[in-house]
Ligand binder design. Structure first.
Ligand code: HEC
Length: 140
């Protein structure tokens, strides 16, 4: 190879590397955009005229627990809870889920839903949380 041929091929390699690099970073951007959005709950709702299922919808519970609360890969099902929770404990849990993380069932959830955390709803009126608890405990 002559000296100029070497230069040309060096430039070609550089060009290709830059091209691939830009492709890679672009793909990363796309991936970031398609990540499941953490449905940040709206916690300042008033329950005056809204049903409990609507409240559950507005608070973003369904984003993780499913439209029918049947569970998704972001959160467990919310049916059959009466075998694990009393009303008061459940209200407590919704206000401060972190304090229940060391329970045995929650160790399992941690493996099942890596990187997803049940948000605390301590800004929601306790009366509303009571209604939500009653509703959840009625789901068989
Ligand atoms: C960002 C996703 C997400 C949102 C939003 C969310 N949860 Fe959860 N929830 C989880 C995950 C994940 C768990 C499992 C425990 C853990 O890993 O923190 C959980 C656990 C629970 C549990 C305990 C289930 C059991 O079997 O004991 C209840 C009850 C619950 N969520 C109710 C709700 C309610 C009600 C709402 C809305 C007010 C809600 N969650 C919103 C992700 C979410």
């Amino acid at each position: 190879m002559t000296k100029s041929q070497i230069w040309v091929s060096a430039f070609l390699v550089l060009f290709l590397a830059l091209f691939l690099l830009s492709r890679l970073t672009k793909e990363e951007e796309v991936k970031e955009n398609t990540l499941p959005v953490n449905p940040m709950p709206q916690t300042n709702i008033s329950s005056e005229n809204i049903s409990v299922p609507d409240m559950i919808g507005r608070l973003g519970c369904k984003g993780c627990h499913g439209a029918e609360l049947e569970g998704t890969r972001m959160g467990p099902q919310l049916t059959g809870l009466q075998q694990y929770w009393s009303r008061d404990e459940l209200i407590n849990y919704l206000r401060n889920p972190n304090s229940y993380m060391d329970k045995e069932r929650f160790a399992k959830f941690k493996e099942q839903f890596p990187g997803v955390m049940m948000p605390s709803f301590n800004n929601v009126d306790v009366k509303d949380l009571g209604k939500i608890a009653d509703y959840l405990l009625s789901l068989k």
